[in-house]
Design a protein around this ligand. Structure first.
Ligand SMILES: Cc1cc2nc3c(=O)[nH]c(=O)nc-3n(C[C@H](O)[C@H](O)[C@H](O)COP(=O)(O)O)c2cc1C
Length: 159
């Protein structure tokens, strides 16, 4: 069972989680940035790490998710919105819909600190996006606790 971890990350939040997951996975395994565009066909299990943009997986991840067909998949998401919010749930559902005939082994999502310039941009809109009110509490995430929760989940699924 060959495992691929593929992630997209602008400011490092999602990368941190993807690397933590990778570390505890059994061999054989490989990890790539989505920019490297590894072929999903070469793997049995694919772990995709993405961040939210406009309430959905970021564009590069969306494109990649749509290419995954008939695989076992574990999804990891980071976002500014609160982890239990409808916004967070909807974004994860959007990701699942992008896959073709895949089995979902599990999901993990947590907040990821939002870059200051993005906070400013969001604040300056006539109606700030719905995740904006939660974003201050994303500061410092993913933290040690988030990482330990993810690692526990990955170990459960892949033991
Ligand atoms: C352009 C842009 C749009 C974003 N849109 C959303 C969004 O719709 N919902 C949300 O919860 N967070 C949103 N965020 C926050 C990021 O998803 C969050 O900070 C994430 O952890 C960034 O991950 P990264 O560090 O791996 O790039 C947005 C961030 C950026 C830069």
């Amino acid at each position: 069972m060959k495992i691929l971890v593929v992630y997209s990350s602008q400011t490092g939040n999602t990368k941190k989680l993807a690397e933590a997951a990778y570390e505890v996975l059994p061999e054989p395994k490989e990890i790539y940035n989505v920019k490297d565009n590894p072929s999903p066909d070469n793997y049995d299990v694919i772990i995709v790490g993405f961040w939210f943009k406009k309430g959905k997986p970021d564009p590069a991840s969306s494109e990649y998710l749509a290419k995954i067909k008939n695989k076992k998949v574990f999804l990891i998401a980071t976002h500014g919105a609160a982890p239990e919010s409808e916004h967070a749930k909807k974004g994860m559902e959007e990701a699942k819909k992008m896959l073709q005939d895949c089995e979902i082994l599990g999901t993990f999502n947590c907040q990821g600190e939002v870059a200051p310039q993005i906070m400013q941009k969001a604040a300056s809109k006539p109606t700030p996006p719905e995740w904006y009110k939660d974003a201050p509490s994303a500061k410092g995430h993913p933290d040690e606790n988030d990482i330990s929760n993810l690692v526990q989940k990955i170990k459960q699924v892949f033991s």
